[in-house]
Design a protein around this ligand. Structure first.
Ligand code: SF4
Length: 281
């Protein structure tokens, strides 16, 4: 059985926490540049240009691309033939978050209790999801999730009879309601099927798909992604909610088997920063 020391996971989380906040991915910046060609609104174009300038300035000056450096969301895929040694996995992840946010001089945004609301001053704990997968690999994915966009996320137990139009309308209405508060151009993660919590997790996992805009391998799901993207970009919300054609850069839909009388739909909204990375150990 392969052994992986959790210290390596701490180091990986620390590096990703700093990296995602200081360096918006080149692929994302390229996609924003391509969006300029589609945006007809002069103000919308100017906003996209400023977002690109801001991303480049953050990279050059080694500063966070946004003041909200986010909730640390970690997806840990652990091979079932791996033995984790050297400590507790969750503690290791949280140590990586704390070190990354302190050493990267990133804003601490987490309160330890939703009622008392006292800052932990470490940005830990992270929201951690673990998955046992076949093999000897360990894949750690990290996302810095801003609250502006997370707060615009939605979940609804649709009726199967609502069908495709019900799905499209729910997402369209959520995006219109989000308006500029989700800092568009957005990326939308959609979870469809399973039960209430599985749909929500599918939607978050959908945001980790790379590269941005890669279609779901199932043709009928990819068709739905295209329809949602067209519908959302027809709302006119536009960059930062100032009007325009480019409201979303991409829509990723993940699906799961579901009860005959259920249609759970979760929408996880991400902002233009779309900060995530993965490493394999
Ligand atoms: S939603 Fe995104 S871009 Fe807007 S403030 Fe939050 S992290 Fe920054």
């Amino acid at each position: 059985m392969r052994e992986v020391n959790v210290q390596d996971i701490t180091d990986a989380v620390r590096e990703m926490a700093i990296d995602v906040n200081l360096h918006l991915s080149e692929g994302l910046v390229d996609d924003l540049a391509k969006a300029l060609e589609r945006e007809e609104s002069p103000l919308g174009r100017e906003i996209i240009e400023r977002i690109i300038d801001n991303a480049r300035a953050a990279r050059d000056k080694q500063l966070p691309a946004c003041q909200d450096t986010g909730t640390a969301v970690v997806m840990a895929e652990i091979g079932q033939d791996v033995h984790l040694v050297g400590g507790d996995l969750t503690e290791a992840i949280n140590e990586g978050v704390e070190r990354g946010y302190k050493e990267g001089r990133l804003r601490m945004s987490i309160v330890g209790d939703p009622i008392r609301r006292v800052n932990t001053n470490t940005n830990a704990p992270a929201v951690v999801h673990t998955f046992i997968v076949p093999g000897e690999g360990v894949k750690i994915s990290f996302m810095a999730k801003g609250s502006g966009c997370e707060n615009m996320s939605r979940l609804k137990m649709l009726n199967p009879a609502d069908g495709e139009e019900g799905i499209l309308r729910f997402i369209e209405e959520a995006v219109i309601e989000a308006d500029g508060r989700a800092c568009p151009p957005m990326t939308l993660g959609v979870g469809l099927g399973g039960d209430l919590e599985q749909a929500a997790l599918l939607a978050k996992r959908a945001l980790f798909r790379a590269p941005l805009g890669a279609p779901n391998p199932a043709g009928h799901v990819a068709d739905l992604e295209r329809k949602i993207l067209a519908r959302v970009n027809a709302t006119g919300v536009g960059p930062m909610g100032m009007g325009g054609r480019v409201t979303a850069l991409a829509v990723h839909v993940e699906v799961a088997p579901v009860h005959i009388s259920s249609l759970p739909l979760a929408l996880n909204v991400d902002c233009h920063a779309h900060r995530h990375r993965s490493v394999e150990l």
